[in-house]
Design a protein around this ligand. Structure first.
Ligand SMILES: NC(=O)C1=CN([C@@H]2O[C@H](COP(=O)(O)OP(=O)(O)OC[C@H]3O[C@@H](n4cnc5c(N)ncnc54)[C@H](O)[C@@H]3O)[C@@H](O)[C@H]2O)C=CC1
Ligand SMILES: O=C(O)[C@@H]1CCC=N1
Length: 264
């Protein structure tokens, strides 16, 4: 089924599909087709923006595609997989959906179907996603190489277990939203000083980028925070407020809430 120019069909054309497609179109060796559940306007937008093929139904592409990426809501997987099952012929089926693991895909598809689960984040559109992936029991090394080729087009990737993707979805998939929420608050605070919104965004984005680079040095987050907090100084006063308001508990609570919601 795997040809020289790999053909990838996206089912679902929403935010995550678009972020992955934007990363992928920068690689020449994929032919990308996209479909959804009838939102023509969205499909035309995707066609215009990324120069990909759009199709009214996945049935039009199923004969020729190598990889099917399921980029639709977790809840929509059940009925789609039931329909797809009648047409699958050793295609590699990859889902990006929270909570939809390879065991679930394998249960719904014909015996022997190669499947995989990837958990990207929206930074895929800049080639900066931290993507987790895991493979099903019938995925061979060429399937995995093909998947890795796709993943390298959207950033960094790490192979982990199925259970670990369940555990880590809130960390790499959802937590960017927590960082953006914090950024929003910091930008609003910054604007109180009289800088423009544009300036405030730059200050905060560069600060977060710098902090992310510091984390990559291997120094522990605690040590890095300690290096910022001059004893008895201004940062220590701020960290004290975070501690007294159970910042740890707040973040862990958010992660727990993601876990609860991800259960299908
Ligand atoms: N947005 C994110 O940061 C991330 C999202 N994901 C996963 O990506 C998937 C899509 O999420 P978003 O793109 O955020 O949602 P979205 O709401 O932006 O897009 C969903 C897309 O699925 C399509 N769709 C819905 N039901 C369908 C059906 N029965 N057949 C064909 N297409 C159908 C919709 O038309 C839409 O194009 C979800 O499963 C989510 O768990 C995973 C990692 C990160
Ligand atoms: O919010 C969601 O359900 C998806 C899964 C991880 C990030 N976004």
């Amino acid at each position: 089924m795997i040809s020289t120019v790999n053909r990838v069909l996206f089912i679902g054309a929403g935010r995550m599909a678009q972020a992955i497609i934007k990363g992928l179109v920068q690689q020449s060796d994929f032919h990308i087709a996209v479909t959804n559940n009838g939102d023509e306007q969205r499909l035309n937008y995707v066609k215009e923006k990324f120069g990909v093929e759009i199709v009214e139904s996945w049935r039009e592409e199923i004969e020729t595609t190598d990889v099917i990426v399921l980029a639709l809501p977790p809840e929509a997987h059940g009925s789609l997989l039931n329909e797809l099952a009648n047409f699958i012929d050793k295609h590699l089926i990859v889902t990006v959906a929270a909570g939809i693991d390879p065991a679930y895909l394998e249960k719904s598809l014909p015996e022997g179907t190669p499947v995989a689960w990837m958990m990207p984040n929206t930074a895929a559109e800049l080639g900066k996603s931290m993507t987790l992936y895991t493979c099903g029991t019938h995925t061979n090394s060429s399937h995995e190489e093909l998947l890795q080729q796709m993943l390298s087009g959207i950033g960094s990737y790490e192979k982990v277990t199925e259970q670990q993707i369940h555990e880590l979805t809130p960390i790499t998939g959802s937590a960017p939203a927590f960082v953006y929420a914090m950024a929003d608050t910091l930008i609003n605070c910054a604007m109180e000083s009289g800088v423009t919104e544009q300036q405030a965004r730059k200050l905060v984005a560069e600060m977060i980028g710098g902090a992310a680079s510091m984390l990559k040095t291997g120094e522990s987050p605690k040590q890095l925070a300690d290096n910022v907090a001059t004893p008895g100084g201004v940062t220590a006063a701020g960290l004290d407020v975070l501690d007294r308001n159970n910042f740890d508990g707040l973040i862990s609570g958010a992660i727990d809430a993601c876990h609860k919601r991800a259960k299908i």
